[in-house]
Design a protein around this ligand. Structure first.
Ligand code: SAH
Length: 370
């Protein structure tokens, strides 16, 4: 049994069952034993692979996107370029390399990385060590200094804890994690009824609420509305709020039981973009999208970028660029890549852009009404 499992078991034995949100928060973010706190989960050797790790094109295009947004903001002399959950720092590294073609933008930037994992913060420091730019680390979004900001969040919101409410003969009760007769983690329901949910649904239906993500979005949107700027959030998820749960656990690129190995498996959910958008609008910001990752990257010129890279590549590298391109933009299942067969991210992954009200439509979002 892992140290974290033993700790959670003691906690439940003493205080009673935990809400799913608390269980997830501890499993992912316990300061010394959490999943993200204790490892680098990315890449072939880890549990999942993200777009910046698939291809340099992803970060490069987002860097150039940010430069364009900065121009649309009136090219402020000082800009906070913020990334939430930057992983290994790969996206930021690729973005900053690309924007060296816009020196005035590069000169305006102060980079802020919001990261709770000491392991990944160390990886980010190594990745960005040779940069000639100010970089600061933060444990949360509250400590980013005021001023115009461009905020990037790739696969950040899916990593935050959620609450589940389960319909129990017409009453909504919060899902808890307790212990079964054998001492294993097991789902149960709160005795208290949650009266604020007024959805009619059959017995056993589940409502999933990303309250932590909504709170973070609300804080970001409020600052963007007051101080200017934009936030680009890219993640897997859905455009309309719907009944049902999406909690999943990943270990070594395979799905596992979410309760089986807290602290050793990645717990994640699909992002409810409609709920995030409501939180942003309620805080005074404007929301563009969602659009699919495939459409967004296509608008940003990923096909041209792939061709340009391929011209300088040998045959094997060119095949790698082709596979990465397909993986990032297409919705095709069964794409052959190094290490196996994967599904395209183009449709499942979506982007929204939250801006100060009245700002020009950000690049890539022209086809959707705010
Ligand atoms: N954006 C990166 C990594 C995605 S994994 C990429 O695309 O490759 C999720 C990232 O969010 C990790 O860096 C993780 O440590 C970080 N993270 C998870 N929960 C967090 C929280 N509550 N606050 C800040 N960062 C968090």
């Amino acid at each position: 049994m892992s140290a974290l499992s033993a700790y959670l078991r003691d906690l439940i034995a003493e205080d009673g069952p935990l809400t799913l949100e608390r269980f997830m928060a501890l499993a992912l973010g316990h300061p010394t034993m959490g999943y993200y706190t204790t490892r680098d989960p990315l890449g072939l050797a880890g549990d999942f692979t993200t777009a910046p790790e698939i291809s340099q094109m992803f970060g490069e295009l987002i860097g150039l996107w940010a430069a364009e947004v900065w121009v649309a903001m009136g090219a402020p002399a000082h800009l906070h370029l913020v990334e939430l959950g930057p992983g290994r720092g790969t996206l930021m590294q690729d973005a900053l390399r690309a924007v060296s073609v816009v020196p005035a933008f590069a000169q305006a930037i102060h980079v802020h990385l919001v990261e709770t994992s000491p392991v990944l913060a160390k990886a980010q420091k190594e990745t960005l060590a040779r940069l000639d730019l100010p970089v600061s680390w933060h444990g949360g979004v509250e400590s980013i200094p005021p001023g115009p900001a461009i905020i990037i969040a790739n696969e950040f919101f899916d990593a935050l804890p959620v609450r589940h409410y389960v319909n129990d003969a017409g009453a909504w009760r919060e899902r808890l994690v307790g212990l079964d007769a054998q001492g294993r983690f097991a789902f149960g329901l709160s005795r208290e009824v949650e009266h604020s949910i007024r959805i009619n649904a059959p017995d056993g239906a589940v409502v999933e609420i990303g309250a932590v993500g909504q709170r973070i979005m609300s804080a970001l949107a409020a600052r963007l509305a007051r101080q200017g700027g934009a936030a680009l959030c890219i993640d897997y998820g859905y455009a309309q709020t719907a009944l049902g749960e999406t909690l999943q656990a990943l270990q070594g690129h395979q799905f596992v039981d979410p309760l089986a190995q807290p602290g050793d498996a990645d717990l994640t959910t699909h992002v409810d973009f409609a709920a995030l958008s409501r939180a942003a609008r309620a805080a005074g910001a404007q929301v563009h999208g969602p659009i699919t990752q495939g459409a967004f990257l296509t608008w940003l010129g990923i096909f041209d970028r792939a061709r340009a890279l391929s011209r300088r590549a040998d045959a094997q590298q060119a095949a790698g660029i082709e596979a990465a391109l397909a993986r990032l933009v297409s919705d095709r299942a069964g794409i052959m890549v190094e290490g196996g067969v994967v599904d395209g991210m183009g449709e499942l992954f979506k982007a929204i852009c939250v801006t100060a009200p009245g700002m020009a439509t950000p690049a890539g979002f022209e086809s959707v009404q705010p």
